[in-house]
Design a protein around this ligand. Structure first.
Ligand code: FAD
Length: 346
């Protein structure tokens, strides 16, 4: 059980800045995100695209913004619990909140701040009845197979992650190499850097991997093991592909998921909050960033940063009842300089 001041649900840009603001107010904080990395939509949907409307930053990118937000919170050594989805929040007799993840991690916190954006990103799954029994074993979503040596491996998808997975497998040394690597995509156009595509063409020419255009329309199993895929090509000709390990990269889609089940007032799938505290209909549970709604709401990072700042000031007195929460500038406060690990200028 992690006893803490605050749990921040979501490590998108707003969740990360929330950690910073809570850190300045000395609120011990844990962060949970369903994704295996921080950055939310910035990392998942547009890591290399430019962003021009972050104050004081003429241009950055999704990845660079996530990196600098992470760098900014480094002084607080905040524990991150990644790859875990918060499934339940329950109020306890002592007024604190019990927060639980789908991996069984538990937190007891004075306040909860939901920065869940458009929901938890989940891999789009193959729509083939019965294939789910292989998930986590021979079938993996958005991950390379656990072992490949001597196996027939199929990577399904046409984005950078899919190509990167296939290239890595095809590049393995002979003693670890799979029997075959096939990159399977429904179109003959890949959304990946030219250099990666050129490397693929080289490996295909050398016979170390195969690129196939088609869609998986069925599968065959032998003695409870996934043994083959039925692949329909552009002419609707069906091919049978042997497979021991299947890695699928069909993109991620956000699912609001459990947020809707926590008994909080919602308007059009967003959490209703007030604009002074950014608190939900349950006192002590706050909502910031794309997940919230209020009159005039704009789904912009800069708006989320403002919300996170006011939510931190509203949350801190609930974490430290009776303690005066001082207003301090980072420019001049020796205490904040100490927290941030920077020297106070003479
Ligand atoms: P998100 O970034 O969505 O992060 C939420 C996180 O919460 C996710 O990582 C998710 O996995 C996690 N999560 C959700 N539910 C759970 C749960 N139950 N348990 C655990 N984790 C959970 N904004 C701008 O200001 N400027 C721009 O130029 C701009 N360009 C954009 C371009 C594109 C293509 C897109 C799609 C958006 C753009 N935006 C831009 C919008 C901006 O990305 C969002 O406003 C911002 O990401 C919202 O941040 P957030 O932290 O609220 O949510």
């Amino acid at each position: 059980m992690n006893e803490t001041g605050a749990v921040v649900i979501g490590a998108g840009p707003v969740g990360l800045f929330q950690v910073f603001q809570l850190g300045l107010l000395e609120v011990p904080t844990h962060v949970v995100d369903a994704l295996p990395h921080a950055g939310g939509q910035c990392m998942e949907l547009y890591p290399d695209k430019p962003i021009y409307d972050i104050p004081g930053t003429p241009a950055t990118s999704g990845r660079a913004l996530a990196d600098s937000l992470l760098q900014q919170i480094q002084p607080f050594h905040t524990p991150f619990h990644l790859g875990q989805q918060v499934s339940r929040i329950g109020k306890q007799a002592d007024g604190r909140f019990l927060v639980e993840t789908d991996q069984g991690t538990q937190f007891l916190a004075a306040v909860v701040i939901i920065a869940a954006g458009v929901g938890a990103f989940q891999p789009r799954r193959l729509k083939l009845e019965g294939i789910e029994v292989f998930e986590g074993g021979q079938l993996r979503y958005h991950a390379a197979p656990a072992s490949v040596t001597g196996l027939d491996v199929v990577v399904n998808g046409g984005d950078e992650a899919a190509l990167h997975c296939a290239l890595t497998l095809a590049d393995l040394d002979a003693d670890q190499a799979p029997k075959s690597v096939t990159l399977l995509h429904r179109r003959d156009v890949l959304q990946a850097p030219m250099a990666d595509i050129a490397e693929m063409q080289m490996l295909v020419a050398a016979g170390r991997m195969r690129f196939m255009v088609g869609q998986i329309t069925g599968f065959g199993a032998v003695e409870g093991r996934l043994a083959s895929l039925e692949v329909s090509d552009v002419d609707a000709v069906v091919h049978r592909l042997p497979v021991d390990a299947l890695s699928v990269f069909l993109g991620l889609s956000p699912k609001l998921g459990p947020v809707a089940d926590w008994g909080l007032a919602m308007e059009r799938k967003q959490l209703a909050v007030d604009t002074a505290r950014f608190e939900t209909s349950v006192p002590g549970i706050f909502a910031v960033g794309d997940i919230n709604t209020y009159p005039g709401k704009q789904k912009l990072i800069v708006c989320g940063f403002h919300e996170a700042t006011l939510a931190a000031y509203a949350a801190a007195p609930l974490v430290f009842p009776g303690k005066k929460i001082p207003f301090q500038y980072t420019t001049t406060s020796p205490r904040l300089h100490q927290l941030l690990g920077v020297g106070t200028p003479a």
